[in-house]
Write a protein that binds this ligand. Sequence first.
Ligand SMILES: Nc1ncnc2c1ncn2[C@@H]1O[C@H](COP(=O)(O)OP(=O)(O)OP(=O)(O)O)[C@@H](O)[C@H]1O
Ligand SMILES: Nc1nc(=O)c2ncn([C@H]3C[C@H](O)[C@@H](CO)O3)c2[nH]1
Length: 225
Amino acid sequence: MMTVIVLSGPIGAGKSSLTGILSKYLGTNPFYESVDDNPVLPLFYENPKKYAFLLQVYFLNTRFQSIKSALTDDNNVLDRSIYEDALFFQMNADIGRATKEEVDTYYELLHNMMSELDRMPKKNPDLLVHIDVSYDTMLKRIQKRGRNYEQLSYDPTLEDYYKRLLRYYKPWYEKYDYSPKMTIDGDKFDFMASEEDRQEVLNQIVAKLKEMGKLDEDWKPNLVK
Ligand SMILES: Nc1ncnc2c1ncn2[C@@H]1O[C@H](COP(=O)(O)OP(=O)(O)OP(=O)(O)O)[C@@H](O)[C@H]1O
Ligand SMILES: Nc1nc(=O)c2ncn([C@H]3C[C@H](O)[C@@H](CO)O3)c2[nH]1
């Protein structure tokens, strides 16, 4: 059975990490967001006002490409949903980093591209797994990962940007209804360092997939790599 799982959550929540862990466990394919190979991301952090729109179009394009492959392929796990793109752009527009014309053009393009998905075998993911984190956890992980342009030492106004992002995520997740959804407590579970925590998180996701009928009741991971 073809199952598409999408991860969501703020910067540094652990989406890429969990995408890797989960896809390995389920024996499916991971699809990653374009970050280290993204030529616009450093430009954006250097000059957000100038590059917010370009970055948004860049992400929309790469995300659309991975959705097209993921929705036609077998079983997949996607690192971040396309539904979060509008959240990012709305927030950037609200703090004056995009003009009204850019916002309108972006939304029209987004809707136009999303309507193309109607032709796909499936339009929405089967499950959204949201990683919930506090500001402190988010910041710790951003520091641990160490991308220069995401550090507060690079730009102290990022503190406000990150706190604002967390505020935008709450209502976004509550409203999200394109598929069943579940939350992982990213403050509580250190699924990178603790084997026990990792297993607990995987168990929660597997239990949800079983409850949804996406995995058989007696499903066991094939741990032979
Ligand atoms: N649950 C966790 N416990 C401890 N460390 C974690 C956890 N999740 C992620 N990390 C660490 O935090 C850092 C950020 O994780 P990751 O790159 O997976 O985040 P992300 O949500 O994909 O971020 P982005 O939105 O920026 O792509 C990495 O160094 C990772 O090892
Ligand atoms: N402005 C903006 N809009 C987006 O849609 C978007 N999606 C991701 N990102 C940034 C966050 C992390 O630094 C980095 C990795 O997630 O990329 C975005 N930034």
